[in-house]
Design a protein around this ligand. Structure first.
Ligand code: RIB
Length: 307
């Protein structure tokens, strides 16, 4: 059945160089890791793949270089069914890469070299204006320049979801254009200038101090906190054994965008998103770890790990 809505994603694509590590290095320390893997990633591309795997019609707007990594990144998006008409090959910069250490608990530490992602601008938004304007959902993050994010949000007429990752100061102009803000609890604390906390009431109070009516705060293994003018609700995550949490937040955002584009109400969309993120954390890598609809429904039915 054709998906009733479309999702436009403006954002980054990175080739992830992933190394298993016994622990993350501190400043000045060298840590010996295991064999590396090259995996398609980048918050924007991960979110686009996540939404497409769940059946949405997805357009990706961004830039890669003109190198081998670009070929891999474009292929991964297209293999998931993402439309790459507005993914530009930029001869002026290498493709973005991310250096990712993953420890035995599945937790990561990431360094991003943006490359071509750093050259995404309002001209990319103009080129894709029709699909951004007509999309049921526009999904943006902060691994591309802020001017491009603001330009896209200005053009959009559908639901605008902002995943403020990595955290960066947000103008009131941008926040006024955002329908649903999806930070994790650390990003939220940074945005409001407070201490990170896992106390649900405090997280809700932090979210309410922002001028966005609907805030969904991802809280790792605890799930996600939905904060609206009507109150707040913790949507719990299923219990899992994490293998690699890379891309779990992106899976969450992509699944939420897919559901909202289908007309699903926000609480149910968050429930699906929590399960999508959990499934992703049980698998290595970013884009290869994004669940299909079958995987997601198995998790929601409590059948995770049985497929
Ligand atoms: O959110 C995970 C992503 O962050 C990785 O795929 C990496 O590329 C960085 O952008």
């Amino acid at each position: 059945m054709e998906h009733p809505g479309t999702v436009a994603v403006l954002g980054s694509a990175n080739l992830d160089i992933v190394v298993p590590v016994p622990h993350h290095p501190v400043t000045g320390e060298t840590v010996m890791g295991g064999d590396h893997a090259l995996v398609p990633g980048g918050k924007g591309a991960n979110q686009a793949v996540a939404a497409a795997r769940l059946g949405a019609t997805v357009y990706f707007v961004g830039r890669v270089g003109s190198d081998d990594a670009a070929t891999t990144l474009r292929w991964s998006l297209e293999a998931a069914g993402v439309d790459t008409t507005f993914l530009r090959s930029d001869k002026g910069a290498p493709s973005g890469i991310a250096l990712i250490g993953v420890d035995a608990a599945g937790d990561n530490a990431i360094v991003v070299s943006p490359g071509a992602n750093g050259r995404v601008g309002p001209d990319d938004v103009s080129a894709a204006e029709t699909v951004i304007r007509d999309a049921t959902v526009l999904l943006v993050q902060l691994e591309v320049p802020m001017e491009a994010v603001v330009a896209a949000a200005r053009v959009a007429t559908g639901t605008v979801i902002l995943n403020p990752a990595p955290a960066s100061p947000l103008s009131d102009d941008l926040l006024a254009l955002v329908d649903v803000l999806v930070p994790n609890s650390i990003e939220l604390a940074q945005l409001v200038g407070a201490e990170p906390t896992s106390d649900v009431d405090e997280v809700a109070a932090q979210a309410r101090s922002l001028p966005v009516e609907r805030v969904v705060v991802t809280m790792g293994a605890a799930g996600a906190l939905l904060v609206t003018p009507d109150g707040h609700l913790l949507v719990p995550a299923p219990t899992i054994q994490p293998v690699d949490t890379t891309g779990a937040g992106d899976s969450f955002c992509g699944a939420m965008a897919e559901a909202l584009a289908r007309g699903v109400e926000l609480g149910t969309a968050v429930e699906r998103a929590v399960h999508a993120g959990a499934v992703t954390a049980t698998r290595p890598g970013a884009q290869p770890a994004m669940p299909s609809t079958v995987d997601l429904e198995a998790s929601m039915a409590g059948l995770a790990g049985t497929l």
